[in-house]
Design a protein around this ligand. Sequence first.
Ligand code: NAD
Length: 296
Amino acid sequence: MAAAKIDGKAIAEGLQSRIGAAVSELWRKHGIQPGLAVIQVGEDPASEVYVRSKVRSTIEVGMASFQHKLPATTSEVDLLSLIAKLNADPAVHGILVQLPLPSHLKASSVIRAISPEKDVDGFHVSNVGLLSTGQKAIVPCTPLGCLILLRETLESLVGLEAVVVGHSNIVGKPMAQLLLAENCTVTVAHKETRYLPEVCRRADVLVTAVGRPALIQGDWIKPGATVIDVGINRITSGGKRRLVGDVDFEGASKVARAITPVPGGVGPMTIACLLANTVSACCDNVGLARPDGVSF
Ligand code: NAD
């Protein structure tokens, strides 16, 4: 039987509509409007698209959007001074610096300057430490989106063999932490992993975040596995440009129990989770409980 397609678009729309309702309630009951500031340095074309869509979604759910577009030549001092202003601004509950930054700016120093309470990307070392020690943290948006998709698909994750392919700070490592927190048995694979097909074949839950089209073949998938494909790769086939993930979707669909498509799987969850993190950061900031169905 062909694998069920995990409809990330529909699940993200459901989350986004719950976020919209939570935002209205915050305003109605407490006169508070969550606000998200997005800083973009330079004109990287992919960043332009991502920032536009983040700003549009922020406004759609009724939150305040503060956009700061800085020239590629912006100095670290100027960028840090803007972040300090936003840290101190009570109307701003979340701050996101769009990556990648121009090469003269060091992402780790810039992220460290963001107040951890407003770090809605969950990249600050403080949030990384909280997540890895099982404490309440702001969790990076893409792995959080993957976890929500898994929870929607599987009754329980407890005791499952999970393999995460990719060990970046923004996807692979936090994904592994989230799966550990669910009591999965977790293996993290990467570009130096030996016998990758065998490692993948162990997985009841396989999450791939690599950036290589069709790296993961159908016969690397354990029958009945759930596959979450984070990869976004632009390829040309039959003269047409299209997006594909890291997994050979056709091949994997014949073996897996459920699989995310690319596009329409993890991608839409990332922005919905950014909005969810901003609502949570706002509630933490004013001492209200994080709303049900929106915080994780
Ligand atoms: P990255 O380049 O920081 O990390 C890639 C990881 O893949 C590394 O850990 C590396 O060791 C591993 N790797 C490389 N070649 C490998 C191989 N042959 N076998 C096994 N592992 C290998 O990338 P990233 O930022 O984590 O992103 C990974 C992918 O996820 C990219 O395609 C990116 O576009 C996509 N992504 C999607 C979303 C989304 O919202 N859907 C968000 C973030 C990233």
